[in-house]
Structures are given as C-alpha cells and as structure tokens.
Design a protein around this ligand. Structure first.
Ligand SMILES: [Zn+2]
Length: 288
C-alpha cells in the first residue's frame, strides 16, 4: 500500500474478470475512512476508522428553521422500488428515539443537490448522474440538480446558508475533491458521505434535510479509467449516496455497504436494497 487507492486500482484494473474470491490479495482496495463530523450536538454515527466514511448525521442545527418550501407536495413525489423478499442485510444511520423507526428524507420534497466539480474526473458527470438516477429509482426520492457550486466540503457545514443558497435548507453538496483540499480523503479513502438530520416539531419526527458526499476525484478518475473501472467507480458513488439516504455499513462483503470496495461491489445487493426501502417512503413533513 502506500499512496491511496490507486494502488489497488492498478492490479485490479489488470484483472477485472477474476472473481474476488480467487484474488484475495487484490481486494483490499479503496478504503474509505470514516470521518467524524462535528456540528453542534451531533452524533458521530460511524467510528470504524476505515473505509467508506460516513460524514455522520447531525441531530439538530442551531441556525434556526427555514420556512416550508413552496415545492413541498402533499403526497410523495414518487414511489420506492419494492424491497427484495427476506430480512436484514443492512444497518441504518439513525433511528427515531421513541419509535425506533429509521430516519429518512421527506418524500414529498425533492432532494436538491449541487456539485462542486473542481476535482471531477472526466467521467465525473456520468458517475453522478448515473448513480443519482439509480438511487432515485430505488428510493422514490426525487433528486433535482441545481448546477455547480464553489462551496467546499466541511465537517462543520451549516444546514442553512442564506448568503449562498437562500433561506432554506442548503442543497446537498456533492463535492469532487482531493486529499489536499478535504482531509477526510487522506490515505486510501475514496469518499465519505452522510446526511444531516433535524428534529421536527413533534417527537420522533427527525428527518434528513441536507448532507454531503465527498469524493476523491483523482483517485476515482484513475479507477474509472480501467476497463472494468467505470462500474466500480460508480459503485463507490452508489455506496456514498446510500449513506446520504441513511444507510450505514454492514459486515457482509456481498453488500455494497461493506466498508471497502470489492470486485463484486458494483451494484446494490439484496440487503442494501432492503435498507434503501427501509429509509425510503418515510412520512411527509409539514412542520418545516
Ligand atoms: Zn461507507
């Protein structure tokens, strides 16, 4: 090992068709370290210390609540995919304190996002659009792109940024960055992500309102350049976006939410999809 995931991208790109079970030495790959986050009273949701970091979710924000947006509909904007039969295979980042229900996004509002493409690889736009489309299909959460931004990722990102985005929840930031600009990408980390939650007016009505997805552009660009690499780079984006939707890591390496990339990890497995269904279709919120 040594310099980041590109190490693993090299040999892997040379043997894209070899099942991971036959090439254990080649599987370590892109590790993505969990990063603690820090905003006000936030909970660190993941402290694995390795691989696919989770930015963590905040429990509340101190910036006050923005007004209910005009684009909040009375009914969900789309329908989640039906989860595969069976149980388990996933872990959620955050549950309501009383009911234990998974916390999710409000399906009656679009999930708006901006992209900082400063360090985006040539395949960056494809990777984001393709992964977002898949998450939208599976979760029924409508994603709306709001173009590009100059905003840099931050562990202390404010959930409301009036000067930059107006008096509303800031859109999700998808940032193509690199280790020198985002310390959370140091080492073999290829990306990290997480939602920010706020409390509702009533108990057990936490919901996600914004979040960040931080991607190592140079590293993923190198991975994507290999013959089977584009699918694997897309797999990293799917993994990070699933964190954004509220999923945590699992120990089963057959699932995409396993904390490091594998040769098989190019798409969601059954447990991942059950998890996405569990955090999807949560109640619509009308308090703010
Ligand atoms: Zn992860």
């Amino acid at each position: 090992m040594g310099d980041r995931a590109v190490n693993s991208a090299g040999p892997l790109a040379d043997a894209p068709d070899v099942p991971s079970s036959l090439r254990p030495g080649l599987r370590a790959l892109i590790a993505l370290a969990a990063t603690g986050v820090v905003v006000a009273s936030l909970v660190l949701l993941n402290d694995w210390g390795s691989v696919f970091g989770v930015l963590s979710a905040t429990r509340s924000v101190s910036a006050g609540q923005p007004p209910l947006p005009a684009d909040a509909a009375a009914t969900p904007l789309a329908t989640p995919e039906v989860a595969p039969a069976g149980e388990g295979g996933f872990t959620v980042l955050l549950r309501q304190e009383g009911t234990g229900e998974p916390v999710g996004w409000d399906p009656c509002r679009p999930l708006r996002y901006v992209v900082n493409d400063e360090y985006a690889p040539p395949s960056g736009q494809y990777l984001v659009q393709s992964a977002v489309a898949e998450l939208q299909r599976l979760t029924g959460q409508v994603f709306v792109p709001e173009g590009t931004t100059q905003e840099e990722p931050s562990d202390r990102r404010a959930a409301v940024q009036k000067d930059r985005y107006g008096d509303r929840w800031a859109p999700v930031l998808i940032a193509w960055s690199e280790p020198g600009a985002a310390s959370g990408l140091a080492g073999p980390v290829a990306g990290y992500a997480g939602p920010q939650a706020v409390d509702g007016a009533q108990p057990d009505t936490q919901r996600y309102v914004t979040g960040q997805v931080v991607l190592d552009g140079p590293q993923l660009g190198e991975l994507a350049a290999g013959s089977a690499g584009l699918a694997r780079a897309r797999g990293v984006l799917l993994h990070e976006l699933a964190h954004l939707m509220g999923l945590d890591h699992v120990e089963d390496r057959a699932e995409l939410m396993y904390p490091s990339t594998t040769l098989l990890g190019v798409d969601f497995a059954e447990g991942d999809r059950r998890g996405l269904a569990a955090v999807s279709g949560r109640p619509c919120r009308t308090d703010w």
